[in-house]
Design a binder for this molecule. Structure first.
Ligand code: NI
Length: 204
């Protein structure tokens, strides 16, 4: 088990286009994935892209727990219909190698995001509501999914890391970008919820 050092905004590895992985089954790729899983768990995060651990390769991992899926439903502004459509479902740990994303409509939705490379900060970010993504898996097979809502948001956020894009670069209103600790003081209840979640995680 190895917990890798996280690159924070400003490090050049986060600004470059990451390299295609030629062999998803290579032992060094599997070692990197295992270390990224440990690192993500240690940070209590949802997703992690390889450049965030100083490995400029086209590889991301993510998982959405039941509680995160429920919480995320509240964050998108007009997702009332998502629950009945099953769009707030949990997603088990998923590894995407050389992922490709296609937006299935022009429709976007605003939701709150954070990033392990911008600790203690959050912001409201527009993302495509409905996407299809395709990638290789660690055993060399292909995964293809059509997803919406928070699942689609997480994949877009993580895959942006592979092209040197951090979420503030996608924001339309930078007045909604700030420190979690400060956000709870006005109209953004999410700041309070994230703070409480972090406190609970720290007490584990
Ligand atoms: Ni991120």
């Amino acid at each position: 088990m190895a917990i890798l050092k996280l690159a924070r905004m400003g490090h050049p590895v986060l600004n470059r286009v990451a390299d295609v992985i030629d062999d998803p089954t290579a032992p060094e790729i599997h070692r990197l994935i295992a270390d990224m899983v440990d690192t993500l768990a240690d940070a209590s995060g949802v997703g992690l892209a390889a450049p965030q651990v100083h490995a400029p390769k086209r590889l991301v991992i993510f998982h959405i727990s039941e509680s995160r899926a429920r919480e995320a439903l509240d964050d998108d502004e007009d997702d009332e219909d998502d629950e009945e459509n099953g769009k707030g479902d949990a997603v088990p740990m998923t590894v995407l190698i050389n992922p490709e994303i296609e937006a299935l409509s022009d429709e976007t939705v605003i939701g709150v995001e954070g990033c392990l490379s911008l600790p203690d900060m959050i912001g409201r970010v527009p993302r495509f509501r409905h996407i299809r993504y395709k990638a290789l898996t660690p055993d060399g097979s292909t995964i293809e999914r059509e997803v919406s809502g928070f699942h689609a948001r997480v994949v877009q956020h993580e895959c942006d890391h592979l092209d040197g894009i951090l979420y503030p670069m996608r924001m339309e209103d930078l007045s909604t970008f700030g420190y979690v600790d400060e956000m709870g003081r006005n109209e953004l209840p999410l700041g309070e919820r994230i703070r409480q979640r972090k406190k609970a995680a720290d007490n584990d």
